[in-house]
Design a protein around this ligand. Structure first.
Ligand code: SIN
Ligand code: MN
Length: 205
């Protein structure tokens, strides 16, 4: 793993490690994701307002993130009834390299963005303790990521996340609003059919 000791960029407390993963490491992670999705197929959650989300998702670890009319939450089982698969070792290695904490994550949320998928501005606040960071890994097509403030609204700042970039949301950035305005579909050849995979690692309990 090409591990810069320091982030290549800081944006409002978000620590960006550009080009953190080599192409070979990205390809190996995609293989890990294929195995994960076989065990825990992608699904399209509904927001609490009853709207389907445009991203498809699944999880690995002790908990998986889930949403429906009852709200956003973590669940111990996939909606199909089975357990979530374990978090792949290669994914844990990224957490250990950049999180700065000893504890291991409880959840690896996998978001798949097909053409036209996006994610509205939100906070990650379904976890018990916001002192633990969230680590995000981008694979495939470039994404226009928007960073806001700890309260809704106000000035925002955007940056492109590219395949192999790792972003750490900790400290002042942990509760900042963020979202994905759009992906540049087909900008990467990592996934043969195009699209983007984002992994977020979280401590839940
Ligand atoms: C998320 O906030 O869960 C996803 C962020 C991303 O796709 O980069
Ligand atoms: Mn988020």
């Amino acid at each position: 793993m090409a591990r810069p000791a320091q982030p290549t960029r800081m944006v409002r407390g978000f620590a960006l490690y550009e080009g953190f993963l080599t192409r070979a490491e990205q390809e190996a992670l995609v293989e890990d994701m294929r195995g994960m999705v076989r065990a825990a197929p992608l699904f399209s959650p509904q927001t609490p307002y009853g709207k389907p989300m445009s991203v498809r998702m699944t999880s690995a670890g002790k908990y998986g993130w889930y949403s429906d009319r009852k709200g956003y939450r973590y669940e111990k089982r996939h909606p199909g009834g089975g357990p979530w698969p374990p978090i792949p070792e290669r994914v844990l290695a990224i957490w250990r390299a950049v999180s700065g904490v000893e504890r291991e994550p409880d959840c690896c949320l996998v978001n798949f963005y097909g053409e036209g998928a996006r994610m509205g501005m939100h906070q990650d606040r379904d976890e018990a303790d916001f002192r633990w960071p969230v680590v995000s890994v981008s694979l495939g097509d470039d994404a226009l990521f928007r960073i806001g403030n700890v309260t809704r609204g106000g000035k925002t700042e955007s940056l492109w996340l590219r395949s192999g970039d790792v972003l750490v949301m900790g400290g002042e950035a942990r509760l900042a609003y963020h979202g994905v305005d759009r992906i540049a579909f087909g900008s990467s050849d990592l996934l043969p059919e195009g699209g983007r995979i984002n992994l977020t690692l979280r401590v839940v309990d």
